[in-house]
Design a protein around this ligand. Structure first.
Ligand SMILES: [Zn+2]
Length: 373
């Protein structure tokens, strides 16, 4: 049975902590990393409804997007709602883990899932607000001749060997590997106690640090040797830009009517409101799941014609008007829930891959949204 620590490592494979914005309280919010986990609830918020759902289901762990503790804790007063919530979670031995801005920024994270679900005709895309450049690593693996193609394919599939629009990028040079199998070994080539010299390929490739675990796991799984020789070097190169939100360049203009109807139809609990300041069609669209008000100037500066996000206020609309930027407010919950559904599916799949029967339930009923009826 997996521990909370193993579940955390699965989430961090998807959303590494290193991607989080400074000061964001991501990670284990409450609980014991060593606790055994049979049932997990994945939810947007660690609120009273989620905690009740976890208790009703006998779940030991809750994985959320929004953190339980935004500010440092000075006390748990059970006469106050937040204190009662924390006390209830502690009493029920719940483990609560949050992947917040790291999951916003991660490839396949909140904004990527929002883009995926809207199915817009995308020609190209770039990061809206750059927070960092991906760190890159060089992987050198030594593989027996004849196995280089299958290993290359596995490495490429797990995220190595991508340079710009080129995939499967490696450099390969032939050489001689030596090894002397020790006691209790079952060598793929040679036999115990005899020095072996064999034809090998030195295979070099590049990978983003965020894919390190996946690439090395893949190498170790596919490589035929009992003990795999490989090196990893940090590189002084700037990788792809990463950050908050995306700017989409569309193949053809999309009307405001289509965009709004698309948000209503595809995003959960979504009743969008919008203001285009007279413009009708759009080919350069900024998107950011959650609360996009602080990125209006960035979207305008980047030449976006329209910005889809949530939580826009009156003064956000005034700032957008000055920039000639149309806004679609599709709601905080609605723009982040596609990410939650993906996180739940990913965790269930990842647990299955490792042979665990732990159940993952996505908690999405009765979210806190405006009643517009
Ligand atoms: Zn949010």
């Amino acid at each position: 049975m997996p521990t909370a620590k193993s579940i955390i490592s699965y989430v961090e494979e998807l959303a590494p902590l290193s991607l989080a914005m400074p000061g964001d309280p991501v990670g284990l919010q409450l609980g014991d990393p060593g606790a055994e986990i049979k049932k997990i609830i994945v939810s947007l918020d660690p609120d009273s409804k989620t905690i009740k759902a976890a208790i009703d289901l006998n779940a030991e762990m809750i994985v959320t997007h929004h953190p339980l503790f935004f500010n440092s804790l000075t006390g748990i007063d059970e006469s106050l709602p937040q204190g009662a919530l924390v006390a209830e979670a502690v009493r029920n031995h719940l483990n609560i883990y949050s992947a917040h801005t790291n999951f916003d920024i991660a490839p396949f994270g909140v904004t990527d899932q929002l883009v995926e679900i809207l199915e817009l005709p995308i020609k190209d895309k770039s990061v809206l607000e750059v927070t960092a450049n991906e760190q890159l690593l060089k992987l050198v693996a030594y593989v027996p001749v004849g196995h280089e193609d299958i290993i290359l394919e596995a490495l490429a599939e797990s995220g190595a060997g991508q340079i710009g629009r080129y995939s499967h990028c490696t450099f390969q040079v032939a050489g001689t590997g030596t090894f002397l199998p020790g006691e209790d070994t079952t060598p793929f080539i040679g036999s115990g106690g005899r020095l072996e010299k064999t034809d090998e390929i030195r295979l070099e490739t590049i990978l983003p640090v965020t894919h390190k675990k996946e690439v090395i796991t893949s190498l170790l799984r596919i490589h035929p040797y009992e003990e795999v020789a490989y090196d990893l070097y940090p590189l002084d190169l700037e990788g792809e830009q990463i950050g908050m939100g995306l700017l989409l360049y569309l193949e053809k203009p999309v009307s405001i009517g289509e965009l709004v109807a698309n948000c209503s139809a595809k995003l959960p609990f979504c009743t969008p409101r919008f203001q285009t300041f007279g413009k009708k069609d759009f080919t350069k669209i900024a998107l950011c799941g959650g609360s996009g008000g602080s990125m209006i100037e960035t979207a305008g500066r980047q030449g976006a014609e329209l910005f889809i996000s949530g939580d826009f206020k009156y003064h956000d609309l005034k700032r957008a008007e000055q920039l000639g930027l149309a806004l679609v407010d599709a709601g905080h919950v609605s723009t982040e829930m596609p990410g939650i559904y993906y996180l739940g599916r990913y965790l269930q799949e990842r647990l299955k891959q490792d042979g665990f029967g732990t159940e993952v339930t996505i908690h999405s009923s009765f979210p806190t949204v405006w009643d517009l009826s």
